[in-house]
Ligand binder design. Structure first.
Ligand SMILES: Nc1nc2c(ncn2[C@@H]2O[C@H](COP(=O)(O)OP(=O)(O)OP(=O)(O)O)[C@@H](O)[C@H]2O)c(=O)[nH]1
Ligand SMILES: [Mg+2]
Ligand SMILES: [Zn+2]
Length: 350
């Protein structure tokens, strides 16, 4: 028997289930996602589940359930059939690599995102900004973790180099060889909170999860940390419980983290440009070449770091492109479904 409260089930979820009149069905949380199957933790233990055919054919792949979702299901022998997904509190996504505007959801119903970076050659301020923007845009509390601190003589300098971005989140400097750093990080995890670990491959996400749990629940790579090069060791997203309470969601590292944000405001706010922009002469200033632009003025005076400004322009362009392409794609999809409907209707008539 599994106590689903340990996995985050509470009165609000029960209410959601009741509102949708699913009281007669069992519920559970997706702890691992495979290609066409889901491992769901239920009150009876882990059950392998599939989607109903109706779900598969009437929904877009980006509407399929993800790790972290609460689902209602019906059990047939040792297989569960997922009937529906309870409305998500939030979902963490990115732009699918190699596409213009396809969204890939990482996981849902997350309280905090631990954004992990190595204090070795992996460290990259621009990458941190990306992760931070996406996390904040999804309504998730970000936490920055600079790990492998044993590999540098000055982790504080790295933290300093994050500039104002470091003010948007708590920052932890950790090493799996420093117990105190691990227990400090653990104190950030409250019982019933779902924590997702994100970051490039090989930064040490699974190693941190193992250390926090106090045993080797996840496989980690044994590649030379000297080169700092990662190979994907974790291949799927999975949920692990902390004995002291807390739900940890490990993810495989990503090579590329494309933004999938709806609002450009999050980019400006996260990079601390929002306030400055209010002082520009023109309310629709693009901060590229307008006279009286407070943002450009701040770059000139050194108040705003040029690297942050360049990053802002680049990420804003990326988000704009993503949104325009997503809009075009949706319009094409609508057109296609209208065509299909017409054909079906004509067939019925004929
Ligand atoms: N020196 C040092 N090495 C570490 C630390 N944490 C992890 N490592 C090493 O870094 C390598 C990668 O660690 P993983 O935990 O597998 O990294 P990951 O982020 O889960 O990687 P993917 O699953 O591929 O995304 C392993 O060789 C770990 O032993 C640390 O704090 N210090
Ligand atoms: Mg891993
Ligand atoms: Zn401006």
């Amino acid at each position: 028997m599994a106590n689903l409260c340990l996995y985050g089930w509470n009165d609000q979820w029960q209410q959601q289930k009741n509102n949708l009149s699913y009281t007669g069905l069992e519920h559970g949380r997706i702890i691992t996602t495979h290609k066409n199957r889901y491992d769901v933790i239920t009150s009876q233990g882990v059950l392998s589940c599939e989607l109903t055919g109706n779900y598969l054919y009437t929904k877009e792949p980006d509407e399929y359930p993800v790790t972290g979702d609460w689902v209602v299901f019906q059990q047939f022998d040792d297989l569960g059939i997922i009937i529906d997904v309870l409305p998500r509190i939030n979902v963490l996504s990115r732009k699918k690599s190699g596409t213009k505007a396809d969204v890939q959801h990482f996981a849902s119903n997350i309280d905090k995102a631990f954004i992990v970076q190595g204090c070795d050659s992996n460290f990259n301020v621009r990458r941190t900004e990306r992760f931070l923007i996406q996390v904040i845009d999804s309504g998730i509390i970000p936490v920055l973790i600079l790990t492998k601190s044993d590999l540098t003589s000055d982790a504080d300098a790295l933290k300093q180099s994050l500039g104002k971005v470091a003010e948007k989140a708590k920052v932890f400097i950790t090493s799996i060889y420093n117990e105190k750093s691990i227990s400090d990080l653990k104190s950030e995890i409250n019982p019933h909170e779902t924590i997702i670990f994100i970051g490039s491959s090989g930064v040490g996400k699974s190693s941190l999860v193992n250390k926090l749990c106090g045993n080797e629940v996840l496989g980690t790579s044994d590649i030379s940390t000297f080169t700092g090069k990662g190979r994907h060791t974790s291949t799927r997203r999975e949920i692990i419980l902390l004995e002291s309470g807390g739900i940890l969601l490990d993810t495989p590292g990503v090579r590329e983290f494309g933004l999938a944000v709806d609002s450009q405001d999050t980019i400006a706010e996260t990079l601390d440009i929002g306030q400055l922009a209010k002082e520009c002469k023109f309310h629709d200033c693009t901060h590229i070449n307008e006279p009286g632009c407070a943002v450009l003025g701040a770059v000139e005076s050194g108040e705003l770091d040029r690297g942050v400004y360049d990053s802002y322009i680049k990420l804003r362009k990326e988000a704009q492109y993503f949104n325009e392409s997503a809009y075009e794609r949706r319009a094409k999809e609508k057109q296609l479904s209208r065509m299909v409907k017409k054909i079906v209707d004509n067939k019925k008539k004929g």
